[in-house]
Structures are given as C-alpha cells and as structure tokens.
Design a protein around this ligand. Structure first.
Ligand SMILES: C[S@@+](CC[C@H](N)C(=O)[O-])C[C@H]1O[C@@H](n2cnc3c(N)ncnc32)[C@H](O)[C@@H]1O
Length: 233
C-alpha cells in the first residue's frame, strides 16, 4: 500500500480525540445512524448466527454497542490506523471470536479466506477513488454469503452535484454548525475532508453495485449528507 495511506488519511494522526469529540457532539449523526445499524444487525441476528466484516472499523466505539446487542458469531475489523485498532481492542473486550487486522480494506476483502454474512463499512469508503470503490463492490460481492448484505454508511453527493460543490456545502456546514470543535481542530478536520473525501452519488453507487452483481440497493435513511445504504448479494 502507498506509504501515505497508512495513517495520514485517518482524521487524527495523533489520537482519536478529534473524531471522538465530533462524533460525541453527533455532528455526523452517529447516534441515529448506529441505531439503524443495531436494528439491521438485530434483524439478521434473529435469522441465526451471522459473521460480520467491518471495513474501516476505526476504534469501533459506535459499532461495539451494536455488537453487544446483536452479537455476531465472528467479527473481523479492518483499519489502516494502528492507533484506532489499539482502542478497538478495549471497546470490543468481552466479545468472542474477534479479529482485528491492520490492513487496507480492499486488500482485506480480496484476501479474506472465508465468506461473510454481513459486510459493513462506516464513513470509510468515501476515501477510495471511483476505481477503488468499483473494486471494493466486486470484492464484497465475491465474499458475501448467499443472501448476505453489504451495509454502507457514508457521505453521499446529491445527484448532479460535483465534488467541488459537495465540498463547498460540507465545509460550510462544518464551519457553521460544528461550533463546539476547537478552531484549530476544525481547520484540521476541514483540511482532511477537502483532501480525502471522494463521495459518490447514490445513482453511481447503485450502478457500481449492480455491475458487481449486488442487488436491491436501498437508502435505509439519510441525515443530511450522511446515508445508511444496503446492498444485497
Ligand atoms: C471516519 S473513520 C470511521 C470509523 C468508524 N467506522 C465509524 O463509523 O465511526 C474512517 C476510518 O477508515 C479508515 N480507513 C480509511 N481508508 C481506509 C482503507 N483504505 N483501508 C482501511 N481503513 C481505512 C481510517 O483509518 C479510519 O479509521
């Protein structure tokens, strides 16, 4: 993997404090979004044991409570940030059959030696360029068990909106609404978004998924730019 991808693309090179404070203030709607994830995983859990692969799991602060409610038979978390994975170990303590991998998400899916019932990714796929996302959909389709689901939480561009227009809107929201974030931290977060966010439109994501033979693309819910999407194998 290119050297610059290892820790630079994480929002906090030094620590998770900034992302924690942003998510603590619910500026990215983590509360509402992860309530949906708990519901989706609980539905799957009610159908029997299920395995879960989490791409860009970060420190798992928000998925961990969902896993305690709808415990998978096997959980694999993947992230490029060693610091995040170290924190994840604590958030996931008490859960059995947990594996954490310090790896690129695309490489991790491609290299997986077994299939998963659910593949999940929260606020990470927009870091990939269009070609990377296409490859990720293909890799996920090939590693999902029959009847499996790819649950994608991410920022999404409006139809017809350019990346520049999207960034202008998102950075404006950050600067006007994320009022509890320290000004220097806010500028660091804005610089991260401007450099590393490559969101697609729902139509483009749906087309990429269909080309990979994933079907029934649906928007479960959205909170401003932040979407909960499901694709089925
Ligand atoms: C904004 S955080 C999201 C964390 C968590 N999933 C959530 O929903 O709150 C994005 C995470 O994706 C990771 N990430 C970004 N690109 C990645 C890649 N290509 N492979 C693996 N992890 C990646 C970052 O290190 C970071 O931990």
């Amino acid at each position: 993997m290119p050297e610059h991808t290892t820790d630079e693309i994480t929002l906090f090179r030094q620590s998770w404090t900034l992302y924690d404070s942003i998510s603590e203030m619910n500026y990215m709607f983590h509360r509402e979004i992860y309530a949906h994830i708990t519901a989706l995983l609980s539905q799957r859990h009610a159908d029997g044991p299920y395995s879960l692969l989490d791409l860009g799991c970060g420190n798992t602060r928000f998925i961990a409570p969902c896993l305690k409610e709808a415990t998978p038979s096997r959980y694999s978390g993947v992230d490029l940030s060693e610091a995040a994975l170290n924190e994840a170990r604590e958030h996931l303590s008490g859960l059995e059959n947990v594996a954490l991998h310090h790896q690129d998400m695309l490489q991790a899916v491609q290299a997986a030696d077994s299939s998963f019932d659910v593949i999940f990714s929260g606020f990470a796929v927009h870091h990939l360029d269009a070609e990377g996302k296409k490859q990720l959909f293909h890799a996920c389709a090939s590693k999902l068990a029959d009847g499996g689901h790819f649950i994608l939480v991410d920022v999404v561009r409006e139809e017809g909106q350019t990346r520049e227009q999207y960034l202008e809107g998102y950075l404006n929201c950050m600067r006007t609404q994320w009022t509890a974030v320290r000004p220097d931290h806010l500028e660091e977060a804005c610089a991260h978004v401007a450099a590393y966010d490559f969101p697609e439109t729902f139509t483009d994501l749906k087309r990429m998924a269909a080309e990979a033979s994933l079907k029934d693309a649906r928007v479960v819910d959205r909170f401003a730019q932040h979407h909960v999407l499901v694709f089925s194998a």
